[in-house]
Design a protein around this ligand. Structure first.
Ligand SMILES: Nc1ncnc2c1ncn2[C@@H]1O[C@H](COP(=O)(O)OP(=O)(O)OP(=O)(O)O)[C@@H](O)[C@H]1O
Length: 646
């Protein structure tokens, strides 16, 4: 079994300033340990000019293989056999894996889609492989705690596929807090080696006696808090505190997160000992890069009422690339949007907290497999204020018996941490309620160094949150540098050309129609869920059986709405749409995109967002391209001089 070729601490020196390590005491972890010194480790994402002499060159480091990190060869072989072969570690993996193998507590903060899951899974499995069969266990050796049911399944799938490919006799189980106790008991019999759960799932096991606290103290070797920045915001604080009190001192703790926040600090203090803190450094004076640079972020200023016509123009005139993930702040809004788009022949599926879990997982699988292009996700937890959510809830209370009422799943969290495959565009139809929420939504594109685009529709009420996001992501040295630019491909003309049809159609999507569609979808999905349960246990690959993007309207779209007449589309928009299609075709043929983690190709090549000007005509390129200081759709927003690199 390989050992790390360089001592991790030495290797980490290239990135870090190591602070003094305090002496630990034997015993159990205190619930509130005193402030501990931390090793501040900066994970390099960009080459730097100078290097530490004894650390080797940055280029050499970038070339480091998994083998050199000291991982079990079975794991390395398994990575090469995955659907998308993984051969080289990402920056966070390069630094985190050796430290974890050394037994250090680690806090890893790295941008969305940067490979944090494997950064902890690989060394975790390596350690369990080594320990396997050495000691009789009465409880799992590792807990992986995640904030949502969806993430629980995703991590479980990842871990199971690695275990299968390595052919080792380890067992992982996923657990939900809403499982019947008998199922929990069955899942934990054995016991499994790895438990993946929300904190509430573990808390329920403890409170019902399915898991005994003394057994945890005897068996637990590794605790992982994945998406740590979300765990507390999902209301798991008490559950986590209860678990912390049981952790044996020897238990290694790992905390993975995309953003830094007070919640993460709180968790660090609660759970970790002398952790190595791995963070992405500031690059070019830009604050810690939380959103990958390869994601171009845009916004469109619009009134609330005009959001429908704007999104219609973006999708119908093909000004954004597929696949598209659209976020709303309420379930009703998701259905309103679905029905509205259907009238124009645009099919989409809706994902939300009231759907049965099987359906939600299946929708995700289908979307990831490319069976449909538009997914509308209701992210109620991110409603700007309760009012938006409550509108939906009021509608619920008025429902007649005709409409099934479903409890919202408190562990629904599909928008965060989920590894959506090949989502090119994320649209915030509604702005999220917090800047952290924005980061997690936008992080669903641009994963694994793929490119992506986000477009936020911002009403006057939402400008404040846009400003918050800008200040979170902004460039400290140049406050004027644009992090989120006005979207350049949508002209006022294009919007106006669709206005009449959009407004007319929007009137037909009444509250009653929305409520009926929502109820019908729920009925369909409850039926689906039952079928899915049995069928997909036997045929896990049979994705096509049930389609989730079926039309919910009674009537087929009218021909004049399905196809936008040519005369309505101005020449600039036609050109923009053509360029988006060409860019898409070019990317579709680019194998590096599918393999992920290959560096981007030449700057600007064929990217309409870099070379196109809605104002100055399509032929622009750099010269005639989007004019600096030009105007966006509504004409009020100046482009700043220094746009952040697109
Ligand atoms: N070394 C690698 N080479 C290529 N692809 C990788 C590598 N490591 C991970 N990936 C892929 O990158 C994608 C994103 O990884 P992952 O979900 O772990 O990101 P993350 O950092 O946890 O993001 P988030 O914070 O949004 O949860 C996944 O599809 C994963 O399979």
């Amino acid at each position: 079994m390989g050992k790390p070729k360089d001592k991790p601490a030495k290797q980490a020196k290239q990135y870090i300033e190591i602070k003094e390590e305090p002496i630990e005491e034997e015993g159990q972890r205190a619930v509130q340990p005193p402030q501990e010194a931390e090793h501040e480790n900066k994970v390099k994402d960009e080459p730097e000019e100078e290097n530490d002499d004894d650390g080797g060159s940055e280029a050499e480091d970038e070339e480091k293989s998994f083998d050199e990190l000291g991982l079990d060869p079975r794991l390395i072989r398994a990575l090469s056999k995955k659907d998308i072969s993984i051969s080289k570690p990402t920056p966070i993996q390069r630094v985190a894996i050796p430290l974890i193998l050394e037994g250090k507590d680690v806090v890893a903060r790295a941008k969305t889609g940067s490979g944090k899951t494997l950064a902890y899974l690989l060394p975790l499995l390596h350690k369990l492989f080594a320990d396997s069969g050495l000691k009789q266990k009465n409880a799992p050796s590792a807990f992986i705690l995640v904030p949502s049911g969806e993430l629980c399944q995703q991590v479980y799938k990842e871990i199971s596929s690695l275990i299968d490919l390595c052919k080792v006799p380890l067992k992982a189980v996923p657990l939900r807090s809403n499982m019947p106790i008998s199922d929990m008991r069955a899942a934990l019999s054995g016991p499994p080696d790895i438990l993946i759960s929300t904190p509430a799932g573990v808390a329920k096991c403890l409170s019902t006696g399915v898991l005994q606290s003394t057994l945890i103290a005897d068996s637990l070797e590794i605790l992982v808090l994945d998406e740590a920045d979300l765990l507390l915001s999902f209301g798991f604080e008490e559950d986590l505190k209860a678990l912390t009190a049981l952790l044996p001192r020897r238990c290694q703790c790992l905390l993975m997160s995309a953003t830094s926040s007070d919640d993460v600090d709180k968790l660090k203090k609660l759970i970790l000992h002398n952790p190595y803190i791995l963070t992405l450094p500031e690059v070019d004076g830009v604050k810690d890069e939380v959103i990958p640079k390869n994601v171009q972020q845009f916004w469109i200023s619009t009134s609330d009422q005009d959001k429908l016509v704007h999104i219609l123009a973006l999708l119908k005139l093909e000004l954004v690339q597929k696949k598209v993930l659209i976020f709303t702040n309420s379930i009703d809004m998701s259905f309103r949007l679905k029905l509205f788009l259907e009238k124009f022949g645009i099919k989409s599926a809706v994902l939300n907290a009231e759907l049965p879990q099987n359906s939600r997982l299946h929708i995700l699988e289908e979307f990831n497999a490319g069976l449909f292009d538009y997914l509308i996700a209701g992210d109620e937890s991110e409603a700007k204020d309760k009012e938006v959510v409550d509108k939906g809830s009021n509608a619920d209370t008025k429902r007649s018996k005709k409409y099934p009422k479903q409890k919202l799943d408190s562990e629904f969290g599909v928008v965060r941490g989920i590894d959506f495959k090949n989502v090119f565009t994320v649209i915030n139809y509604d702005m999220p309620g917090s800047a952290v929420g924005y980061v997690h939504r936008i992080g669903r594109t641009g994963r694994a160094y793929n490119t992506g685009v986000s477009v936020s529709l911002v009403s006057p009420d939402e400008v404040e949150i846009l400003e918050e996001v800008k200040s979170l992501l902004g460039n400290e040295e140049d406050e004027n540098a644009d992090v989120i630019s006005p979207f350049p491909l949508l002209t006022k003309n294009a919007v106006e050309s669709l206005r009449y049809r959009a407004e007319d159609t929007a009137k037909s999507v009444t509250r009653v129609a929305v409520r009926e569609a929502r109820a019908q979808d729920l009925r369909n999905e409850i039926l689906n869920s039952e079928k899915l349960k049995s069928h997909f246990e036997a045929n896990p690959r049979d994705l096509d059986l049930l389609k989730h993007d079926k039309s919910l309207s009674q009537q087929a779209p009218a021909p004049h709405l399905r196809k936008v007449p040519d005369y309505l589309i101005d020449a600039t928009t036609k050109e923009a749409s053509k360029m988006v299609k060409l860019a898409r075709a070019a990317m579709g043929n680019n194998p590096s995109r599918r393999q992920g983690f290959k560096r981007k190709s030449k700057k600007g090549g064929g990217d309409p967002l870099k070379s196109f000007s809605a104002e100055g005509g399509a032929k622009g390129g750099r010269k005639g391209g989007m004019k600096r200081g030009g105007r966006s759709t509504d004409g009020n927003h100046k482009h700043n001089k220094k746009r952040k690199s697109l």
